[in-house]
Ligand binder design. Structure first.
Ligand code: GLA
Length: 518
């Protein structure tokens, strides 16, 4: 290149200066405005990245837009301040609940410094958001829901499913080794022989989708097919978890728009059970569309080529018991999540009487998984939990650490006489027969004409509970009464049975009266 002439050199210098001034103005203009799509990236140990998007629009002193934290999608309804210091408040409607979230922040160079509290009483968490391409992380467009039609029953779950699920004890800590340990325990501690067959992985196993859109497990599950082979090798079955929404409750990848593809992946891995959890679908569909949305996965499972138990988890909304079996569901949750406490367990368990008529072979009410052995209740309370769930013909999915449990907990889970009540082939769910103060009597009709009778004391002090044989349609004392926890036949006489029941305890009887019924 020939040397520059003086005037050319001056012109170049001016041009350079003008460009710099222009760029500086750009930066200032950009810095002065929060309008952009911002993302906070939080890498998790399982190799996935948790992303929270702030799609902001600054209009003078007002900030509007949306915050999407995986399955939570908030509309910004309030704001204060601007780039030098602002707050934004977002709200989200979920059925009858309104959730809200609040962030503080300021622009710092080309980043947003944000603060929030995970809970109102939690310390401030500091986050850094960076610019993301427009539209990244936006809530996906709504897919049309299919017209309703009945999905044929898969022939599974003739009696309530039994097994184990990772969530109650391990939540996001579930991994390949933990699932193998649960399978090992079930196969060696008597649970398999007692009927516990399903080893179910709950939320947090998911990784990203590959270029073809196939779901891959995250780092915690290096080889899902190998895991299924291992579990099958023990004579057990493997269960998995997903959501009809873009995200699961724990914020992982859901099956939205990939229903058939995911059902095919599950079948190819050798999955035998799917729990399908609403959570992330709530931002896209309304409750009255649940039927159609669940039908979609019911159809996908039916055409996957593998028999897969279909477990609906949408917390008993939209009267699921009236349509759960029509979508091919083998069980459906009837309530919100159980916790490991007497209050939670008893509130759920004793509220199920009205649903009795919806349970039957192939399709069950699911008052949620067992908490037996997780430490929040006494042994007496866990026996009440096991008795009540068995009377309710509920799925018996242990939710504790099977590899490390006390013998007294294993004994509860292994009580064959109580399990027989749950697994009775007639599949009738118990109803509340009477209630007096804190005392309740529940009766379940069994196939052989006998009845299982639970005398429950919900109170905090020991109580006498009386039960009249006429309430079972009997003229007088039955021929045969057995205490299913003491494993002992009882001698009874007179018109009623009266017994002392421990606080929060139960006496569970099997009452048979061959030839003596009215
Ligand atoms: C929901 C379900 C739970 C569990 C979690 C996992 O809360 O009801 O049983 O599956 O999601 O995130």
């Amino acid at each position: 290149m020939p040397p520059l002439q003086l005037n050319q050199w001056r012109f170049h210098k001016k041009l350079k200066k003008a460009t710099l001034v222009f760029l500086a103005i750009q930066v200032v203009a950009r810095a002065a405005d929060l309008t952009a799509n911002w993302v906070v990236r939080d890498p998790l140990p399982d190799g996935t990245v948790r992303r929270t998007y702030f799609d902001l629009k600054q209009d003078g002193s007002r900030i509007t837009g949306h915050i999407r934290a995986t399955q939570f999608y908030y509309e910004i309804t309030d704001s204060t301040g601007g780039p030098d210091g602002f707050t934004i408040t977002g709200i989200m409607h979920d059925g009858n609940t309104v959730r809200s979230v609040k962030y503080g922040g300021k622009l710092s160079g080309d980043e947003l410094d944000l603060t929030t509290r995970r809970r109102p009483d939690a310390p401030l968490t500091h986050l850094t958001a960076r610019r993301a391409p427009a539209g990244e992380g936006a809530m996906p467009a709504r897919l049309p829901v299919p017209a309703l039609h009945p999905v044929r029953w898969n022939g599974l779950a003739n009696t309530p499913p039994m097994g184990w699920n990772s969530w109650n004890k391990f939540a996001s800590k579930v991994d390949d080794a933990g699932v193998r340990a649960a399978a090992d325990a079930i196969a060696s501690n008597g649970m398999k022989q007692a009927g516990y067959l399903y080893v179910n992985i709950d939320d947090t196993w998911q990784g990203e989708r590959d270029a073809q859109g196939d779901i891959e497990p995250n780092k915690k599950f290096p080889d899902m097919k190998a895991l299924a082979d291992y579990v099958h090798g023990k004579g057990l079955k493997l269960g998995i978890y997903s959501s009809p929404g873009p995200n699961t409750c724990a914020g992982y990848e859901g099956s939205y728009g990939h229903e058939e593809q995911d059902a095919r992946s599950y079948a190819a891995w050798g999955i035998d059970y799917l729990k399908y959890d609403w959570c992330g679908a709530r931002n896209i569909y309304k409750d009255d569309e649940m039927h159609a949305v669940y039908q979609k996965m019911g159809d996908a499972l039916a055409s996957s080529g593998r028999p897969i138990v279909y477990s609906l988890c949408q917390y008993g909304r939209a009267d699921v018991w009236t349509w759960g079996s029509a979508v091919g569901g083998n069980l459906w949750r009837t309530t919100g999540d159980i916790r490991d406490s007497w209050d939670s367990m008893s509130k759920i368990g004793f509220s199920q009487s009205d649903l009795a008529r919806y349970a039957g072979p192939g399709h069950w009410n699911d008052p949620d998984m067992l908490e037996v052995g997780n430490g929040g209740m006494t042994v007496t309370e866990y026996k009440t939990h096991m008795s009540l769930w068995s009377l309710l013909a509920a799925p018996l999915l242990a939710g504790n650490d099977l590899a490390h449990m006390e013998p007294e907990i294993l004994q509860i889970l292994l009580n064959r006489e109580v399990i027989a009540v749950d697994q009775d082939p007639a599949g009738k769910q118990a109803r509340r027969a009477s209630k007096s103060g804190d005392s309740e009597v529940w009766v379940k009709e069994l196939t052989d004409g006998s009845s299982a009778v639970g005398l429950f004391n919900r109170g905090n002090t020991e109580a006498f509970i009386a039960f009249k044989w006429t309430d079972l349609g009997l003229n007088g004392a039955p021929e045969h009464v057995r205490d299913l926890w003491l494993h002992r036949d009882l001698q009874v006489s007179g018109p009623e049975y009266s017994v002392s029941v421990a606080a929060h305890g139960v006496i569970l009887l099997k009452v048979s009266n061959v030839g003596k019924t009215d």
